[in-house]
Design a protein around this ligand. Structure first.
Ligand code: ATP
Ligand code: MG
Length: 338
């Protein structure tokens, strides 16, 4: 796509009211300068002197932030706990100007946080095991009912809805999927784009964005997902793409766009290492949802989403964001990919 068309497409995101329904979290990056480490007096282990802390919206909260950065007006539909992770996340999102009027608070629930510990010494950095704060029960039923009612009341006012369904016991349960199915049937013109780690098959008729492994588990459940070829996935996916376009993301191989009987392969933007794929899926979903809601064709939406994801892959050790200028600059640098 030439820069003029891309620029027109990005401008069309301006002011689109896009709901973000799903799992929000806080990403914490804690940097320990191991050159300052000493054996602790209390334990026979070296301590980790944290010299820098970065806190950022993660998972669905990052999708909302990305939508805002590309010009859309996202509205968060999620459930947050009343803990400190929740209040930090709220204030970060409010600071970005994101509408939290659809976010429900649940007493006693743990707000998701992924804390990444990075050990640094001299010129070396090494990421240690991540600390995951997840509520073992997921959100309480009452909060889910409240969220479903809020979504029902607000859906007609949305230009589109994107769904980051990332956690096993996350915000979206069978009840909410029922609400969605009924809203989708009542408002067939409103784009609903779904990224679901474990249940992509349970959003029939909606736009879906599985990655290769998620597509394999869904479409070829009897096979080892990692062993499925792209051709096998596409062959199986054709029926599923009759009602709504389907986007299978393929990491460093770009993505496949299936639309009715048509299939298009969009190659990845060639990028030199170092690369960090954190946030690539979020960026793909945000731009895909905005582009389809703006009326772009599936091919153009896939192209823009692929480009936005590539921008984040070049951002190391952060939950990457994307600005329109960065998409345009990368497109100019690599030339139209088609
Ligand atoms: N190495 C890479 N080079 C260029 N683009 C990439 C690379 N890795 C990922 N991408 C881009 O990011 C998109 C999404 O990547 P991927 O298929 O890994 O999704 P994902 O597994 O959902 O990501 P996530 O881990 O964020 O959930 C790809 O379709 C591609 O556009
Ligand atoms: Mg993903």
């Amino acid at each position: 796509m030439n820069s003029e068309r891309l620029s027109t497409l990005i401008r069309s995101f301006q002011g689109l009211r896009i709901g973000v329904l799903g799992d929000f979290g806080l990403d914490a990056y804690w940097y320990a300068d191991m050159t300052r480490s000493a054996i602790s007096r209390e334990t026979p282990l070296p301590n980790r002197p944290v010299v820098r802390e970065d806190l950022a919206p993660g998972s669905g909260a990052n999708v909302a932030r990305l939508l805002h950065r590309i010009g859309a007006s996202p509205i968060a539909f999620t459930i947050l706990g009343r803990d400190w992770h929740g209040s930090v996340l709220r204030s970060l999102l409010e600071g970005e100007g994101i509408d939290l009027s659809g976010a429900i608070e649940a007493e006693g629930m743990t707000t998701t946080m992924f804390a990444k510990v990075i050990l640094a010494a001299h010129d070396l950095e090494q990421e240690d095991s991540r600390l995951d704060f997840l509520d073992p029960e997921g959100p309480p039923d009452g909060a889910r009912l409240e969220l479903a009612a809020t979504l029902e009341a607000r859906f007609a006012g949305l230009d589109g809805l994107v769904i980051p369904d990332y956690e096993e016991r996350g915000v979206i349960d069978a009840g909410l999927r029922g609400t969605l199915a009924h809203l989708h049937a009542r408002h067939p013109g409103t784009v609903v784009a779904v990224d679901s780690r474990d249940r992509i098959g349970e959003f029939p008729g909606m736009v879906r964005k599985p990655n290769r492994i998620e597509a394999g588990r869904w479409l070829l459940p009897d096979r080892e997902a990692a062993g499925c070829t792209v051709e096998q996935l596409i062959h199986r996916a054709r029926d599923e793409a009759q009602q709504a376009p389907l986007f299978i993301t393929l990491g460093a191989e770009g993505c496949a766009v299936l639309d009715g009987g048509h299939t298009l392969h969009i190659p990845a933007v060639p990028l030199a290492p170092p690369l960090d794929p954190v946030g690539a899926g979020d960026a793909f979903l945000a731009v895909l949802g905005a582009a389809l809601a703006a009326g772009a064709s599936p091919g153009d939406a896939g192209y823009a989403a692929n480009l936005a994801a590539a921008v984040t892959v070049k951002k190391l050790r952060q939950t990457g964001t994307v600005a329109p200028e960065e998409m345009l600059a990368l497109n100019d640098k690599t030339g139209p990919l088609e």
